[in-house]
Design a protein around this ligand. Structure first.
Ligand SMILES: N[C@@H](CCC[C@H](N)C(=O)O)C(=O)O
Length: 298
């Protein structure tokens, strides 16, 4: 099989994009194939795969798909598992659609996901929100990737459970931002160790696994985090995770809304606004860095 691919990232949360507009190239998108593509030494290497497919084409394979959007982000983790949602993935996906002329970036549009349709918008870079990699991007896409926002919908704030890493145990706030998160406030980000293995968590609370964020406060409305992602291990960024962190911090602060938090991740900076109407908006840069074709023999 020969197929086209692209590589992109949002604050270094990196993805292989697989254009498969009518769903005829990758069929059911086999998990072992996804894991092989994402392998850092034997494959292209990525935290996940974004299949670019028309919603009506995916619905022929998955009749339960509920979306009014033209384009659907069929997201897979690096281990081949499906997740409902990927915040950074939506921003990379939107940039790809705009760069390829598949959407009109000057008009509102939404991307279909397994967590519902996500409205996207392209913004002017906002000083503090712009990471170092933003500077070189205007040559490629007239600054289109400098600051891409996604309305992530309404988070659910649940109970507190415990997570354990490097021999330490912390309380962790359960926040659902389309997918499950456990947010633990720590004194220093290095006290959680290298996160080579998944931290322990309460499997009764998270029967389908969990993304775990460790957070420190950096200043007023400013935090920094590390994340161990379900299905991918420690990554350089996580958009749904940054949103969960901002929500948990706003709850801990008793913050009046709307409130915006700057969330530093190892791969850059994201901004998350928690609005008075309960919606959260994630903003940050995205970039498409490579493309090619691959001959694949199973
Ligand atoms: N990196 C993503 C989240 C990807 C899915 C996650 N690993 C899960 O299994 O829920 C993001 O930017 O949100």
């Amino acid at each position: 099989m020969t197929f086209a691919w692209l590589k992109g990232h949002g604050t270094e949360n990196d993805f292989v994009l697989l254009p498969d507009h009518d769903g005829t190239v990758h069929g059911d998108l086999d998990g072992a194939f996804v894991a092989a593509l994402c392998h850092r030494r034997r494959g292209i290497g990525a935290d996940g795969v974004l299949r670019v497919i028309r919603t009506e084409a995916l619905r022929r394979r998955e009749p339960g798909i509920d979306s009014a959007a033209e384009w659907f982000m069929d997201y897979r983790n690096a281990d081949g598992s499906i997740s409902e949602m990927c915040g950074n993935g939506t921003r990379v996906f939107a940039l790809h659609l705009a760069q390829e002329g598949l959407v009109d970036a000057t008009r509102p549009f939404a991307i279909g996901t397994r967590d519902g349709d996500k409205p996207m918008s392209f913004r002017q870079a906002q000083g503090a929100g712009r990471s170092a990699q933003g500077a070189g991007r205007s040559a490629q896409g007239a600054g289109l990737g400098d600051a891409i926002s996604v309305d992530m919908g309404v988070p659910q704030v649940r109970d507190v459970s415990k997570v354990t890493a490097a021999g330490n145990t912390w309380e962790a706030q359960d926040v659902r931002t389309g997918n499950p998160h456990a947010v633990a406030f720590v004194d220093r980000l290095d006290e959680v160790g290298p996160l080579l293995t998944e931290p322990d968590y309460d499997q009764a609370v998270y029967p389908d696994g969990v993304n775990i964020e460790f957070v420190v406060r950096e200043g007023e409305r400013h935090v920094a985090m590390r994340v161990h992602e379900r299905g991918a291990g420690e990554t350089r960024s996580c958009g749904t995770g940054a949103c969960a962190v901002a929500v948990a911090t706003a709850v801990a602060d008793g913050a009046e809304r709307p409130v915006t938090y700057r969330v530093d991740v190892p791969g850059g900076t994201l901004h998350v606004t928690y609005d008075a109407d309960d919606h959260i908006t994630l903003t940050g840069p995205a970039e498409i860095i490579a493309r090619g074709t691959m001959d694949w023999t199973a």
